[in-house]
Design a protein around this ligand. Structure first.
Ligand code: BG6
Ligand code: MG
Length: 226
């Protein structure tokens, strides 16, 4: 592709840990369940669960048990996943606009002013509820339902679906993520990946900031054009 014609035509966001700090509530909700099941679980292990859907996350936790969780039935897994989700829904009940991460609203304003559409590519089935609580639903041109894609992150499906629904070719899209699995998904989709968080964990991103307050359209643009 001719570099001179390269420009950002869409920005596609993850939700948990990028727009709002719900990543901490996912951790707490899994921790409660893991403690009940007597399974080891800490913040370091939790890093592997970021971006990963509910059942796949549970399976990773169960893989820590002596038999690797291989004899757990589908029904039992569903029951535990539902229990984690009930824990999580209690924790997010009171989330409102005050829990928007710093700099996100300014970035959305800049995107709006520049006419760049915004998509949501969250693995969470609670995403729409959270966007409602954050009063953000109308900000998004596209919200992909994670149950509508065949494979979760790190597969590229959800980012590709967002780009398709926005009508923008992937190489004109920027994806923003706080999880390793999410960065992999963006890269596999052929998009420019912005990582928010630890540079060691997100090392395959094209541009990394440690906090959302450092995100700006101008800075992302200057790296996109490199
Ligand atoms: O259980 P939910 O709300 O559908 O979320 C699925 C996944 O959504 C992702 O956004 C989170 O990073 C994961 O931690 C979470 O497991
Ligand atoms: Mg995330």
């Amino acid at each position: 592709m001719n570099k001179e014609h390269k420009e950002i035509r869409a920005m596609i966001f993850d939700l948990d840990g990028v727009i709002t700090d719900t990543a901490k509530y996912h951790y707490e909700a899994w921790k409660l369940l893991a403690d009940e099941l007597g399974l080891p679980f800490d913040r370091e292990f939790n890093e592997q669960l970021k971006g990963i859907d509910r059942i796949a996350s549970l399976e990773k936790i169960l893989s820590q048990s002596p038999d690797g969780g291989q004899f757990v039935t589908r029904e039992q897994k569903q029951e535990w996943a539902d229990r984690k989700n009930a824990n999580y829904q209690l924790l997010i009940e009171r989330v409102d606009e005050s829990e928007l991460l710093p700099g996100i609203m300014d970035l959305f304003e800049d995107l709006l002013a520049a006419g760049i559409p915004i998509g949501l590519a969250s693995a969470s089935r609670n995403a729409r509820t959270l966007l409602q609580q954050l009063k953000l639903v109308s900000r998004f041109d596209v919200i992909v339902d994670p149950s509508s894609v065949a494979q979760g992150k790190p597969a590229p499906d959800i980012f590709l679906k967002a780009a398709e629904e926005l009508g923008v070719a992937p190489h004109y899209c920027v994806g923003v993520e706080d999880a390793e699995a999410g960065i992999q998904a963006i890269k596999r989709a052929g998009m420019f990946a912005v990582g928010v968080g630890d540079a060691d964990i997100l090392s395959t991103a094209d541009y990394i900031v440690s906090e959302t307050r450092q995100l700006s359209l101008e800075r992302i643009n200057s790296h996109f054009f490199k």
